[in-house]
Design a protein around this ligand. Structure first.
Ligand code: XIL
Length: 475
């Protein structure tokens, strides 16, 4: 499907529920008031990523590999964001242009840049009706099902340990009031194609969170109800799904729904994380700024809304450039929407969401949380706790660092891995050593914590990490 037809589909989409103009005006006035009155606290983050990290979340952007040589672009990317999504480079047509011949060159450029800058990577997208290679578009039935499963397995295996969350399936539900699946060659292979894709992804990369991702599901409507029913069913039957992505492409025809937060919350109540995955809001000035603040505040109000990704950096980088929907103008200057977004982040409660344990197999053991081994908040210094997801031969450790009564300007966490265990990948921290005694230091955006504030980093490893005890020191 072309960009324009996607866009046309969205603009034509029927929204459920009336537009509550009066309420919107009142909310808008409130947000403007908040923006004017806002005074950043001493440790309020000065970048999007830093502020999100202080709240245990990420703030990401879509990245295009061919822009990584543009220094205005990379300066903003590496200053502001702690998560990236490949805008096109991990899609089926890009990674498997001929059947069983995989090309990761452009995706790797994005992953390598992210790893060099301490950013986590969202994988987008394994199975989708759009941007399929020609050979897959011409397939059907069992041959297509097997080709899709092979694709999921190969790509998720190749990036195993490097992806925080995969959009395993993208846009599989129909627009409009029907509440059914979208017709596609994948759907015609049988209604169970989605769960088959999730099972293949879990087997290939047990450390990645597995998301279902869609648009026009941002408020409660027939489409989001259908996705909700699927997630509920998957959770009941043990199909491995950890998160739901809400693309959140907004404009005048498809505005931020009034029940945005309530809709996110009902998905969280099913036991999954939610993430804002492709945020862009057409418009300008105060109206656009207020809409961004509404979205960010809604996410921050929900402990398991774990991160926000905007769909590009500058307006000119956007797939909908004419709508100027992003946080930086074409020259890389911060827009009013940037300021309102940062203020909304800084207004959020500086606590962090709990880690979502992946469902299904593995892990084979429930996550364990150990008591702090270093001074708890109240004393000076910092403390660290670990949550482990383990499976045979591997693990993901999530470490929560909490500042003591003096706050931190930097921190280091030390731990000793059991023999045979090794770190293969780290996010939101820099590791020294990979086996035995290992030390993790903060990256640029998460070293500064107020008294009692927390942030999280993680690492994936081979072998077993059972029994590790992190100790935290300020630096
Ligand atoms: C868009 C990209 O931004 C464009 O560059 C490309 O031409 C088309 O796809 N939903 C998604 C994204 O899940 O992958 C789409 O990205 C935007 C809509």
């Amino acid at each position: 499907m072309s960009v324009n037809s996607i866009r046309r589909g969205r603009q034509a989409a029927v929204r459920s529920g009336p537009r509550l103009a009066l309420v919107l005006t009142a909310v808008g006035a409130l947000v403007v008031g908040t923006m004017i009155a806002f005074t950043p606290s001493a440790s309020a983050g000065t970048t999007l990523g830093a502020s999100a990290a202080e709240r245990g979340r990420y703030f990401g952007t879509a990245v295009a590999a061919n822009k990584l040589s543009d220094s205005v672009y990379t300066t903003i990317l590496n200053r502001e964001f702690n998560s990236v999504t490949a805008e096109n480079e991990m899609k089926w047509d890009a990674t498997e242009p001929s059947q069983n011949q995989f090309n990761y060159a452009n995706a790797d450029r994005i992953v390598n840049s992210a790893r060099a800058n301490g950013q986590q990577v969202r994988g987008h997208a394994l199975a989708w009706h759009s941007q399929q290679p020609g050979w897959a578009q011409n397939m059907s039935g069992t041959a297509l099902r097997n080709a899709m499963l092979n694709h999921v397995t190969q790509v998720a295996t190749y990036y195993r340990g490097k992806i925080s969350a995969w959009d395993v399936v993208n846009e599989a539900f129909a627009d409009g009031g029907g509440g059914g699946r979208r017709d596609s060659n994948l759907q015609r292979t049988g209604n169970d194609w989605i769960e088959a894709a999730f099972r293949a992804a879990r087997a290939a990369d047990p450390g990645a969170k597995l998301c279902y991702n869609d648009y026009n599901t941002d408020g409660q409507n027939a489409k989001s109800n259908a996705v909700y029913a699927m997630v509920q069913d998957f959770r009941a039957r043990g199909v491995p799904i950890d998160c739901v992505g809400f693309q959140s492409h907004f404009n005048a025809q498809s505005p931020v729904p009034n029940d945005y937060q309530a809709n996110l919350q009902r998905f969280v109540n099913l036991g999954v994380e939610v993430q804002i995955t492709e945020l862009d809001i057409e418009g300008s000035g105060t109206t656009q700024a207020n809409n961004y603040a509404r979205v960010v505040s809604a996410c921050l109000a929900i402990s398991r809304c774990t991160g926000i990704t905007v769909w590009g950096i500058r307006d000119t980088d956007s797939w909908r450039a004419s709508g100027t929907p992003l946080l930086f103008d074409g020259s890389g200057n911060k827009k009013a929407a940037y300021t309102s977004t940062l203020n909304a982040l800084n207004s959020g409660n500086p606590t962090q969401p709990p880690t979502t344990p992946p469902t299904g197999q593995p892990p084979t053991t429930p996550p364990t949380t150990r008591p702090p081994t270093t001074p708890p908040p109240g004393g000076a210094g910092c403390s660290a706790t670990v949550s482990l997801n383990s499976w045979t031969g591997g693990f993901v450790a999530t470490i929560r660092v909490t500042a003591g009564s003096s706050g931190t300007t930097g921190w280091a966490v030390s731990l000793t891995l059991p023999s045979g265990a090794a770190v293969t990948n780290t996010w939101n921290a820099t590791a020294s050593g990979s086996s035995g005694s290992v030390q993790f230091r903060n990256v640029s955006y998460n070293g500064r914590l107020n008294a009692g504030q927390s942030t999280e980093f993680g690492f994936q490893g081979t072998g077993s990490a059972t029994g590790i005890t992190p100790t935290c020191t300020v630096s």
